[in-house]
Write a protein that binds this ligand. Structure first.
Ligand code: MG
Ligand code: MG
Length: 256
């Protein structure tokens, strides 16, 4: 079982981390397959099928499928959709901004990661949004060290996002992850340096900045009960990794 550190965030054992790395590798393979396949003319449901194939091939299971009734193994969020888009017969078009979020379970341990990419060639402004989401994630990952705090993570994200002139929703955030996809604590995309729970070696968090190109924090949910879109109709981007506070610095677990 997890050992709870002084901070209250579970610290994972070496054996638990072996399983989490294995789950992370499956997620990374799903990302690689989908990045390669997402082009004009492909439907988001076709991408979901490809992701299912990876999960089956690796003898993993999906933590997305059936989650509160979610009907797919990936979330596909296009253009003004921020997160939780449902794969469908929607055809991807040249210039679309596509976010894919997915996860996998191996031996009961979870991985969770997301990326945003352009479909075909996209506008300079859309690419800047995607690059900023990745930069915000990288800045937070750099804070995944002992004695840094959740406030440090949130502040790192907020600094990159606001400097670029973008906003992010308040109601969605990163999270602890282990034997469930979503565990305590919340990992907010904003924060004050030095505030909040402190990190210790062995802590694993899913960090996931979500960006709104138009600025502000306004989002609303569509009537499908899942898809979250920007209130102003502007583009959105989402980047996520599952990350360990490692012995020798931050270690991204959702990599090949
Ligand atoms: Mg995710
Ligand atoms: Mg997540």
């Amino acid at each position: 079982m997890a050992r709870f550190g002084r901070s209250g965030i579970p610290r994972r054992t070496a054996e638990e981390l072996r399983h989490m790395r294995a789950a992370g590798r499956v997620v990374a393979e799903m990302h690689a397959v989908l990045r390669d396949a997402a082009r004009p003319g492909v439907t988001t449901l076709q991408l979901d099928r490809m992701a299912r194939d990876v999960i089956e091939r690796r003898n993993a299971t999906s933590n997305f499928f059936g989650y509160h009734g979610f009907p797919a193994v990936i979330c596909t969020s296009v253009n003004d959709e921020v997160v939780h888009g449902i794969p469908s017969d929607r055809v991807l078009l040249e210039g679309d901004v596509l976010s894919v979020d997915c996860g996998a379970i191996v031996h009961g341990w979870h991985g969770d990661a997301a990326f945003t990419m352009g479909v075909g060639s996209i506008s300079v402004e859309a690419q800047r949004l995607i690059d900023t989401a990745e930069a915000a994630l990288a800045a937070a990952i750099e804070e995944m060290r002992p004695q840094r705090t959740l406030g440090d993570l949130g502040h790192a994200i907020q600094t990159v996002v606001s400097k670029a002139g973008y906003g992010s929703p308040r109601d969605f955030c990163g999270h602890g992850i282990g034997t469930a996809m979503h565990e305590d604590p919340d990992v907010e995309n904003r924060g004050r340096p030095g505030k909040g729970l402190a990190l210790q070696q062995g802590v694993v968090l899913a960090i996931e900045p979500m960006l709104i190109a138009g600025g502000g924090d306004g989002v609303r949910q569509l009537r499908d009960g899942w898809t979250v879109v920007t209130a102003d109709g502007s583009l959105a981007a989402h980047a996520e990794h599952t990350v360990l506070v490692g012995e020798h610095g931050p270690e991204i677990l959702t990599v090949p």
